[in-house]
Design a protein around this ligand. Structure first.
Ligand SMILES: Cc1cc2nc3c(=O)[nH]c(=O)nc-3n(C[C@H](O)[C@H](O)[C@H](O)COP(=O)(O)O)c2cc1C
Length: 377
């Protein structure tokens, strides 16, 4: 038989056994405000008395008209490629509360996408080279459109192609499909007919693809600008003149990462698109410039992670904003931003968010200048 172990303290006396106290995690976590846990006080009302409900919040008009009948209930959208087809998030997020959903990039034929690795984290963002993996427009319509048709939230199909003919054909196949509320043209694609130069970096190519799609469809037409240009303004003007209903700005910035071995670039496709908070100052500059040279609505995209980012974009002329990369870490963010924007308006005594638009733009219109395109210390 084993001898019973006795624990002896430094003083030589046997230690008293202390009862084990189990710490039980509270089922309801304390409220944390500004990083500090607040004490939850029980209401000083007898349990038989029903507490008076809080007065209903003053309504705030968040509706925004993107043209051709595309009126969103609020100006917070989710960006293409970061929210799938919306359906995947149905169990996690109340998608109906979003302003609109821009679905994954859709092409005429199915695409298997780029070789792996396709994503890597970067300071303040990420690089991706998914390569427009998608099942093709016919499969997208067949699989998702009937669900979208039952939703209140409009779904805008993001369209990509390698020739004007590709874009036009996808637009034709989306025309009149119940559940498709609009088209967002991703023109950051190489134009095979023009030796691989991107539609988005050339004003006449951007204008030509927009005009061709405009002729092919009556759907609301948004065109997405690339930040990878020296001066985006002539491109934005060409797109607006070609009949786009709205501009979205911006797509990802071109970048690369190097593999740990330092023997090759990291991404299978070498190049990737940079997104996340790191690109916000660039996107902000582009929205500022573009909203001064076109009369159509501008929807901002780039690094939105909190309400302050949305307010910044509104201040430089955007009428709405898309949330992208931040969704991967926090899928509930876009819906939360809708509520926070309404609260911010109430705090400022506004019954609409519209007075927030353009507050940081020059007070008097000036002819477009080259300022900002170059580095001036
Ligand atoms: C993984 C991933 C996939 C994307 N796919 C598309 C796409 O198919 N079409 C498109 O126009 N933009 C695509 N984008 C760009 C986003 O819609 C958005 O313009 C960009 O990420 C900047 O916004 P953010 O910084 O909030 O992410 C993608 C971005 C990411 C991160």
């Amino acid at each position: 038989m084993k001898a019973r172990r006795r624990v002896v303290t430094a003083s030589g006396t046997p230690a008293k056994r202390r009862p084990t106290v189990r710490r039980i995690k509270p089922a309801i976590a304390p409220i944390v405000r500004d990083g500090v846990a607040a004490t939850v006080r029980r209401p000083a009302v007898p349990s038989t008395v029903t507490p008076t409900p809080a007065p209903p919040a003053t309504p705030v008009d968040l509706a925004v008209d993107l043209g051709r009948g595309l009126v969103l209930r609020n100006p917070v959208l989710v960006a293409s490629g970061t929210f799938g087809y919306g359906i995947e998030y149905g169990d996690v997020v109340d998608v109906q509360r979003l302003g609109a959903i821009c679905c994954k990039g859709t092409t005429l034929r199915p695409r298997i996408g780029n070789p792996t690795p396709r994503v890597t984290e970067t300071p303040g963002g990420m690089l991706n080279s998914i390569g427009l993996q998608n099942p093709g427009v016919d499969a997208v319509v067949e699989k998702y459109a009937s669900t979208w048709a039952g939703w209140q939230v409009p779904v805008i199909v993001n369209v990509a192609g390698e020739s004007i003919g590709d874009y036009v054909e996808v637009a034709r196949r989306l025309e009149g499909v119940p559940g498709v509320a609009g088209i967002e043209l991703n023109i950051s694609c190489p134009n095979v007919g023009a030796g691989g130069i991107q539609f988005a970096i050339d004003a006449s190519a951007a204008g030509a693809v927009t005009a061709a799609v405009r002729r092919a469809t009556d759907l609301p037409l948004l065109v997405k600008l690339s930040p990878n240009v020296a001066d985006v303004r002539p491109i934005a003007r060409a797109i607006a003149d070609a009949g786009a209903d709205a501009l979205t700005a911006v797509n990802t910035l071109s970048g690369i990462a190097v593999a740990a071995s330092r023997e090759r670039p990291l991404l299978g496709n070498v190049y990737g698109g940079l997104s996340g908070p790191a690109i916000k100052p660039v996107a902000l500059r582009i929205v500022y410039e573009v909203s001064q040279v076109v009369d159509i609505p501008v929807v901002a995209i780039g690094g939105i992670a909190e309400l302050g980012d949305v307010l910044d974009y509104l201040a430089v002329g955007a009428v709405a904003a898309q949330v992208g990369t931040a969704i991967f870490a926090d899928p509930g963010l876009p819906v939360r931003l809708v509520g926070e924007l309404a609260d911010e308006c109430r705090r400022r005594g506004l019954d609409s968010y519209r007075p927030l638009i353009g507050s940081a733009l020059p007070k008097r219109a000036a002819p477009p200048s080259a300022r900002g395109v170059e580095y001036r210390p």
